[in-house]
Design a protein around this ligand. Structure first.
Ligand SMILES: Cc1cc2nc3c(=O)[nH]c(=O)nc-3n(C[C@H](O)[C@H](O)[C@H](O)COP(=O)(O)OP(=O)(O)OC[C@H]3O[C@@H](n4cnc5c(N)ncnc54)[C@H](O)[C@@H]3O)c2cc1C
Length: 205
């Protein structure tokens, strides 16, 4: 449906200087840094109302506090304990979304309290563009063929001081080992892995 786009697609277009027609009212679904990047980009693209919808509360948001505070200062609104259930449109173009209120239940496997839908709390909201900034994960391509040991979140496990994986001679670092992290951590691990690879080639495993 026109009007529903992925957060990374929006950011790519903005980064490449392509024109993006988002309309006046934009809702971003998600609570990470990508959601905040999208919200602030939409504000700069000229949207009149930009709202971030997150299914937990502010204290569970994975986005960095400084990013959230700066977005708020710019005029981005936040709606917590809310999740989309349905997108509605006319002639293939988004016009409304249905939002369900949530409450926090018991902690899930991530240790954060699980969002639980409140039955019958659906609300219909008029919207021009919805940006889905959820569910990003590192690309895996042919990773399976290397048969590297991974943790329960699918990230490659490494020996912390050397970044050696379970397969001799293979080293890993960055988002594929840490999950969604940062440039600084990825660059740092790149250097750390380079030193380990040098030692491995020089002195053997
Ligand atoms: C929208 C967005 C905004 C962000 N903003 C910030 C920010 O403001 N500050 C910050 O610090 N961090 C930010 N991050 C996080 C940061 O981009 C990542 O933590 C960092 O890029 C991780 O680096 P990496 O080298 O581990 O992975 P990547 O940068 O993802 O690089 C991995 C590369 O490997 C390639 N690849 C994958 N599989 C294969 C294969 N089998 N063969 C060959 N190549 C392969 C991929 O195509 C990719 O080019 C942001 C992330 C996103 C998505």
């Amino acid at each position: 449906m026109h009007g529903v786009i992925a957060g990374t697609d929006l950011l790519r277009k903005v980064g490449l200087g392509e024109s993006v027609n988002i309309g006046a009212k934009v809702v971003i679904v998600g609570g990470g840094n990508v959601a905040i990047d999208c919200a602030r980009s939409c504000w700069r693209l000229g949207a009149q109302e930009v709202e971030v919808l997150y299914r937990r509360t502010r204290s569970e948001m994975p986005a960095w506090d400084i990013e959230v505070a700066e977005a708020e200062a710019e005029g981005v609104k936040f709606s917590f304990l809310a999740a989309p259930v349905r997108f509605l449109g006319e002639n293939g173009r988004l016009t409304h979304m249905e939002v369900l209120r949530m409450e926090l239940g018991d902690p899930d496997e991530s240790g954060r309290r699980r969002p639980v839908p409140i039955e019958g709390s659906e609300q219909r909201v008029a919207v021009d563009t919805v940006i889905a900034a959820i569910g990003q994960a590192p690309e895996r391509f042919n990773l399976e063929s290397l048969s590297l040991e991974t943790n329960r979140w699918g990230m490659i496990t490494t020996d912390p001081p050397t970044l050696a994986t379970s397969r001799p001679g293979v080293f890993a670092g960055g988002d594929c080992t840490l999950g969604a992290a940062s440039f600084v951590e990825a660059v740092g691990q790149g250097r750390q892995a380079a030193e380990s690879i040098h030692s491995y080639l020089e002195y053997g495993g």
